[in-house]
Design a protein around this ligand. Structure first.
Ligand code: ADP
Ligand code: MG
Length: 249
């Protein structure tokens, strides 16, 4: 991932609106993601977090608003959607690994099919990314032989192998037990230290607090608050936000 000047913006969402049939989900979301930083998107279940990610990478089309990706409006009809998706590495709650492929081949697949790399080059690149995730020794294993935390590390290695401009996470810890969640918190923390640009949708208050990234709190389709996770947690005057951050505690 190339590092650019400190304050440049990778991604800007402006007034994003999405309805399903007549049901409003996103009612004008604004968000700025600077290069090299992490932004966490939090909020109650069903508030539109996954929809926001899917609108940005054009898995679904927003009804109105703009998404500016490195200066280019990618909501335009003539956007090269395939190229856009290659620039966004996606990590899902349930890992989405191919179970008939080893960890190594899960990572090499995209390099060979989308990048046209030779088997040898793809293996070199994949092994480097697996090593970065501390998974090199498990490269030959199949997903069924890996723990949830290890599967998630393979999924992150697979996303990073494509040299994306940004990594999107959709609830990266919610399928994991507390110990494995901490393992993934450690990985995301390491990626922060490496200045990887990330947009992370999560319910996980512990994750947000541990990472200390900037949090956008989404509710009723709008950004209701923005700030450091710990500041939002400690003393927000909006009772809905306080309730969210103190639930299950
Ligand atoms: P979150 O990720 O914050 O839990 P989602 O973005 O998944 O929320 O969903 C937001 C709302 O949009 C929910 O009410 C959900 O039922 C609805 N929704 C999501 N995707 C679709 C779809 N493809 N068709 C109709 N409704 C949808
Ligand atoms: Mg979701």
């Amino acid at each position: 991932m190339t590092q650019t000047s400190e304050n440049s913006v990778l991604l800007e969402v402006r007034g994003l609106i999405k309805r399903f049939d007549d049901k409003p989900v996103l009612n004008g979301v604004d968000l700025v993601l600077p290069e090299g930083q992490i932004k966490m998107v939090m909020g109650p279940s069903g508030c539109g977090k996954s929809t926001l990610l899917r609108c940005i990478n054009r898995l679904i089309d927003p009804c109105a608003g703009q998404v500016i990706f490195r200066g280019e409006d990618v909501t335009r009809a003539d956007t090269d959607v395939r190229l856009l998706r290659q620039r966004i590495g996606f990590v899902f709650q349930h890992f989405a690994l191919y179970r008939h492929l080893s960890a190594l081949d899960n990572v090499t697949l995209g390099l060979r099919k989308l990048r046209g790399m030779s088997r040898a080059d793809a293996v070199d690149k994949a092994m480097a990314e697996l090593a970065r995730m501390n998974m090199a020794e498990h490269a030959a294993k199949y997903p069924s032989q890996l723990s949830g935390g290890q599967k998630q590390r393979v999924a992150i290695a697979r996303a990073l192998a494509m040299d994306p401009a940004v990594l999107f996470f959709d609830e990266p810890t919610s399928a994991l037990d507390p110990l494995m969640s901490r393992e993934i918190v450690g990985v995301i923390d390491q990626l922060c230290a490496d200045n990887v640009t990330m947009l992370c949708v999560t319910h996980d208050v512990d994750l947000a607090r541990a990472i200390e990234g900037n949090v956008v709190f989404l509710d009723e389709g709008m950004v209701r608050a923005e700030g450091g996770a710990n500041a939002l947690f400690e003393d927000h005057d909006d009772p809905r936000i306080r309730a969210f951050f103190s639930r299950d505690r």
